[in-house]
Design a protein around this ligand. Structure first.
Ligand SMILES: NC(=O)c1ccc[n+]([C@@H]2O[C@H](COP(=O)([O-])OP(=O)(O)OC[C@H]3O[C@@H](n4cnc5c(N)ncnc54)[C@H](O)[C@@H]3O)[C@@H](O)[C@H]2O)c1
Length: 373
């Protein structure tokens, strides 16, 4: 039975590169309304409000005092997540924050504690694992299509942020790098399908020490790399499955797949987990051909179009949780995936297997999607 959907008013914090894709994505959900945009750079907030027809704009403080705002969507750079999320929770706002949950595990623990002592809800990106591709893979696993899962591979290729982002410094500073910038999409997909990770062993390094920025509207010409840009890790899941991962901003070309999951009876091949949808392919032992599985949820947008770059499903997930539904992109899930990714560096530094302190439930599967406009 359909739950009663209430209207949820949203204030967006941060009017940078991904802002427009959030507004466009959020506007596809009838129950979500963007009523304010705020930024430390208030001129930027004003310009964003004008461009997208948002009724109010301000600095962060005014956003937190706006009684009409029920959910703060935090799309500031990672190094500001902890401080701004905690401030919003303390102001009584429900918060949805972009990935990573915080720039470090220590900061993320503070965020988790603030969420635990608040009556407000906290949700965190990525939300692409809520899309049809990962949900279809999850359904195939849960219905035994590949037998018992033995292992998986996940390969993060270069995002070349310096070629398209006007200010790619966050990609090469704390909270960035391929592991924390792109890794969350892959980890969310894997943990959603296979459950929590128990142990990590990794080697990491920096590739090129500087990056030349070539994006047309760049605000800097060169970026110094402060975090590892090439990482190789083995993840042992609590289930016993073992994943081999490569996360790199130094792989300029490759023919490696994105994610594959291997079971005793067959293999699943998943599309780019940075997008919501795409072909999920299955090949069972004895099959001559791969078969494309029928998606178990409706698509977020047409595959291969800019709609796949939009965001909003995670905010809808939070709004649904406020209305009494399951909260899938929840803080425990986000914290666990962050702890897994952060332990790459611990393993490299201390030359040992790292046992994870946190765990999480696999989020409830989705087999039907919320109504789009
Ligand atoms: N750009 C992308 O393609 C992309 C994709 C997926 C996720 N994300 C995530 O979205 C977040 C934002 O990324 P972006 O590329 O839009 O960043 P950006 O640097 O382009 O924009 C960030 C904005 O936040 C503002 N800001 C900084 N500190 C603030 C504070 N304390 N209070 C209010 N505003 C503040 C800045 O002035 C800026 O306008 C990051 O967590 C990133 O990982 C970005």
């Amino acid at each position: 039975m359909d739950r009663q959907r209430t209207r949820h008013r949203i204030g967006i914090l941060g009017a940078g590169n991904i802002f427009g894709r959030y507004v466009e994505g959020l506007r596809t959900f009838p129950e979500l309304e963007v009523v304010r945009v705020a930024d430390v750079d208030t001129a930027r907030a004003r310009q964003a409000a004008t461009e997208y027809g948002i009724p109010a704009w301000s600095d962060a403080d005014e956003l937190l005092h706006d009684d009409t705002v029920e959910i703060v969507v935090n799309i500031t750079p990672p190094q500001f997540h902890a401080k701004t999320v905690i401030a919003a929770l303390e102001a009584g706002k429900n918060v949805y924050v972009e990935k990573p949950l915080a720039a470090t595990v220590e900061e993320a623990r503070e965020v988790l504690a603030a969420a635990a002592s608040s009556t407000a809800l906290l949700g965190s990106a990525p939300d692409t694992f809520l899309g049809s591709a990962v949900q279809t893979a999850r359904h195939a696993i849960d219905t035994g299509r590949i037998g018992e899962v033995v292992g998986a591979t996940a390969f993060v290729r270069s995002s070349r942020a310096e070629t398209w982002h006007p200010d790619p410094r966050a990609f090469y500073g704390p909270g960035g790098g391929p592991v924390l910038d792109m890794g969350p999409y892959y980890l969310a997909a894997l943990v959603n399908c296979l459950g929590p990770v128990a142990q990590v062993s990794a080697a990491t390094r920096i590739g090129a020490r500087t990056r030349t920025v070539t994006s047309p509207d760049r605000v800097v010409d060169e970026v110094t790399v402060e975090v590892p840009t090439h990482a190789s890790a083995t993840l042992t899941f609590a289930s016993g499955a073992i994943a081999t991962t490569l996360m790199s901003f130094d792989v300029w070309d490759t023919e490696l797949p994105r994610i594959e999951i291997y079971g005793t009876e067959g293999t699943l091949s998943l599309p780019n987990p940075n997008f919501f949808d795409g072909d999920v392919r299955l090949k069972r032992h004895g099959d001559d051909e791969w078969q494309v599985l029928t998606p178990v949820t409706e698509l977020f947008g047409a595959v291969g179009t800019p709609e796949q770059h939009r965001r909003g499903l995670g905010v809808q997930d939070l709004a649904d949780a406020l209305d009494g539904g399951p909260h899938r992109a929840n803080p425990e899930f986000a914290f666990h995936t962050l702890e897994v990714l952060a332990s790459f560096e611990t393993s490299q530094r201390e030359k040992r297997f790292v046992s994870l302190e946190s765990s999480c439930e696999r989020p409830e599967p989705r087999t039907a999607a919320p109504a789009h406009r």
